[in-house]
Write a new protein. Structure first.
Length: 333
C-alpha cells in the first residue's frame, strides 16, 4: 500500500495512540430532523460495537430486513461512538423494549426520510494520546497550527482497505477486468470502493509532493465550492481563486475513478489520468484533497503524560489520518 505523506517536515513523533472505548470517542453531528414523518431516528451511544453489528442487532430484534435500518455513516468498532440510525415509525413501541449491554438509546426524533450515507454534518472526536512528554506536546501544538493553516491531506485511512489490503486490491482488479465474480453485492462494492480509494490516495501523494509547504493548484483542477456545495473547473489559476483557497472557501478535489464523474482538464488532467481506470463500472466521485479541522480543545495532563485532542472533521474524513498527520508517520499501512 502506498505510503501516505503529509506537509509536515518534522521528524516522526513518538507517542502511543490506541483505538479503544476510553481513548477514542466519536460523536456524529446530525442533520436537522423534521420532527415529523414516517421514520423514527434513534440517537445511539455504543461501546466497542461497529455500525454493521448495531444494524444486525436492531434488525434482528425488530425482525425486519437490514435494508429498513438507515444510517448516516460507518463508525469505528474499537471506540465509544454516538451515531444516528433510522427505522420505520411503526416500530416505535417495539424499539422501547430493546436492551443490550453495549447499546444505549439516548433520544428519539421523527423524520420525513430514511437516513442515508452522508446525512450528517461531520464528526466530533475526542482522542487521547499517551506517553507525550512536554517537548513532544510543543511539537504537537505547532503541528496542529500548521494543519489549521494548510489544511489536512484528506486521505482515506487504512480502515477503508480492510485487513488484507494488497489481497483486496488485487481482487478488485480482477472484478473490474471481469476475471472474478462475487455474489455478495455488499462485498463487491466494498472491494471496488477500496480500489477507487487507492487511486485517490496515490494521486494525493503525487500532488502533495509537488510543493511541500502548501497544496499547489494547477490549471484545470476541479474545485469544490464549500459554501454552495458545487464543483467547478478552472482553466487558469487566478489570484482570486488562490485567495478563495487561502480563505478556505474552495478546495481542490481528486478523482475516485468510475462512471459519470467530473474529470479535471489541461495540466491537472495530465497528472490525474495516471490515477484513473476507465474500466471501473461503479459510479465515480470527486473527493476534497484537503479538509479543514476545527480544534475545540487541547488538554495536557503532565502527571500522566496524556494529551486529549477534541476536534471536528467534515463527514468522510478520518481521525486516524489527522493523528498520522501530527505524528508524520503511517499507522497500520
Amino acid at each position: 500500500m502506498i505510503k501516505r505523506v503529509y506537509f509536515q517536515n518534522h521528524k516522526s513523533l513518538n507517542f502511543d495512540f490506541f483505538q479503544n472505548e476510553n481513548d477514542f470517542i466519536v460523536e456524529e453531528m446530525p442533520i436537522e430532523f423534521t420532527l415529523k414523518g414516517n421514520f423514527l431516528i434513534l440517537k445511539i451511544k455504543k461501546v466497542n460495537l461497529g455500525t454493521w453489528d448495531l444494524i444486525d442487532l436492531i434488525s434482528n430484534f425488530l425482525r425486519i430486513d437490514k435494508n429498513e435500518v438507515g444510517y448516516a455513516g460507518l463508525k469505528d468498532k474499537n471506540a465509544t461512538t454516538t451515531q444516528y440510525i433510522s427505522i420505520p415509525k411503526r416500530y416505535s413501541k417495539d424499539i422501547k423494549k430493546f436492551k443490550h449491554k453495549k447499546v444505549q438509546i439516548l433520544e428519539t426524533y421523527l423524520h420525513k426520510e430514511k437516513l442515508n450515507i452522508g446525512d450528517l454534518k461531520g464528526n466530533r472526536f475526542k482522542i487521547n494520546l499517551k506517553k507525550v512528554d512536554f517537548d513532544t506536546l510543543i511539537l504537537i501544538q505547532n503541528c496542529i497550527k500548521n494543519i489549521k493553516k494548510t489544511g489536512m491531506a484528506n486521505y482515506f485511512g487504512f480502515q477503508r482497505f480492510g485487513r488484507d489490503i494488497e489481497e483486496n486490491i488485487e481482487k478488485a482488479k480482477q472484478l473490474v477486468s471481469g476475471n472474478l465474480h462475487i455474489k455478495d453485492r455488499k462485498l463487491e462494492k466494498m472491494l471496488i470502493s477500496a480500489y477507487q480509494s487507492a487511486f485517490f490516495n496515490s494521486w494525493l501523494v503525487k500532488r502533495i509532493s509537488l510543493q511541500k509547504d502548501k497544496f499547489k493548484l494547477i490549471d484545470g483542477d476541479v474545485f469544490h465550492d464549500l459554501k454552495k456545495d458545487k464543483f467547478f473547473t478552472s482553466s487558469k489559476i487566478t489570484s482570486t481563486l488562490e485567495e478563495n483557497f487561502d480563505k478556505k472557501v474552495v478546495s481542490p478535489t481528486g478523482l475516485l475513478p468510475g462512471r459519470k464523474v467530473f474529470k479535471a482538464t489541461l495540466k491537472s488532467r495530465e497528472i490525474e489520468e495516471r490515477f484513473d481506470d476507465s474500466s471501473i463500472y461503479e459510479k465515480g466521485y470527486r473527493r476534497d484533497a484537503l479538509v479543514f479541522v476545527k480544534i475545540n480543545e487541547i488538554k495536557y495532563n503532565k502527571a500522566t503524560q496524556e494529551c486529549l485532542i477534541d476536534f471536528i472533521l467534515p463527514k468522510g474524513s478520518y481521525a486516524t489520518v489527522f493523528i498520522e498527520n501530527i505524528a508524520n508517520k503511517n499507522f497500520n499501512s
